[in-house]
Design a protein around this ligand. Structure first.
Ligand code: PAF
Length: 279
């Protein structure tokens, strides 16, 4: 695997890689867990050549979110990527992405405004801006993102379509622990007791999905899920809602392609999760 650290090496390295066929890009912020490796594995199935980026993007961190504490383990991540069959890792610097005088922000209205957009103001502007820059720099045929951050995936799909980036955006199913908890770097912050109670989140979503799938009314199914989370000690519960997959608009009744999304905190750790719903 080639590691690109200098921007001027990116073009020639990509040109050589493209000779190998279609190119998939997996943009990441590093600190890999099984979810990241699932992105690489799916990229390998869907494209001839796989490239990845690791860039801890300052623009998507809020003022109260600790950018300095974000885990950085580029060498260990690079070894995992190479073993997984990735052919290039680009490690841009902050100056590569945001050179002096950088003044452009990509804002995806609507789909990015609610839910995580409300909880983390400016977060999706940071995500949309950096992903647009990475996709324009690499120009892959396909870019893959985890379904774990479902709203992020919807924001990126909207942004890429609106800007005509000419890249296929793919989602990769969430990787879960054996008991069903979605894998996330944030799980490391849970105490043993919180980790045991965290399982209530996927269970509550599954129960609501099954109730709605059987034809039950949406509002009571969501209230039951919130009650299960309260009983497990989640506080606050930011949202448990049924939404349209593309627009993230809330649905009072089943219709179209649906997703249940939730965010709630256990102690100081805020967890998010989501699940597809078929009625
Ligand atoms: O999901 C992530 O790791 C990041 O938000 C992304 C998409 C790489 C943008 O920085």
């Amino acid at each position: 695997m080639q590691i690109v650290r200098r921007l001027e090496r990116l073009g020639p390295t990509l040109a050589a890689l493209r000779a190998g066929g279609s190119l998939a890009l997996v943009p990441t912020m590093g600190a890999f867990h099984a979810g990241h490796l699932a992105l690489i594995a799916q990229a390998r199935r869907q494209a001839d050549v796989v490239a990845a980026t690791i860039f801890v993007n300052p623009l998507q961190f809020g003022a109260h979110e600790d950018l300095a504490r974000y885990p950085r383990q580029d060498e260990a991540d690079a070894a995992l990527l190479a073993k997984a069959g990735c052919k290039m890792l680009w490690l841009p610097t902050v100056d590569d992405i945001y050179p002096a005088g950088f003044a452009t922000t990509v804002h995806v209205a609507g789909v990015g405004d609610r839910w995580e957009g409300e909880a983390r103001p400016g977060h999706f502007d940071g995500v949309a801006t950096v992903v647009a820059k990475l996709l324009l720099a690499v120009r892959p045929d396909l870019a893959l993102f985890g379904e774990k951050d479902f709203q992020q995936l919807a924001v990126i799909r909207r942004m890429s379509a609106d800007l005509g980036l000419g890249v296929r955006i793919g989602g990769v199913p969430t990787v879960r622990d054996a008991d069903g908890l979605a894998q996330s770097s944030r799980n490391a912050y849970l105490s043993a007791d919180e980790r045991a109670r965290a399982i209530a989140l996927p269970r509550a979503l599954e129960a609501a999905r099954d109730a709605i799938g059987r034809g039950g009314a949406v509002a009571p199914a969501l209230e039951q899920a919130r009650q299960a989370l309260r009983e497990a000690g989640f506080d606050p519960i930011d949202y448990v809602v049924l939404v349209d997959e593309a627009t993230l608009e809330p649905l009072d009744a089943p219709g179209g392609t649906m997703r249940l999304i939730a965010a709630a905190s256990l102690g100081t750790t805020r967890l998010i999760d989501n699940i597809a719903v078929k009625a």
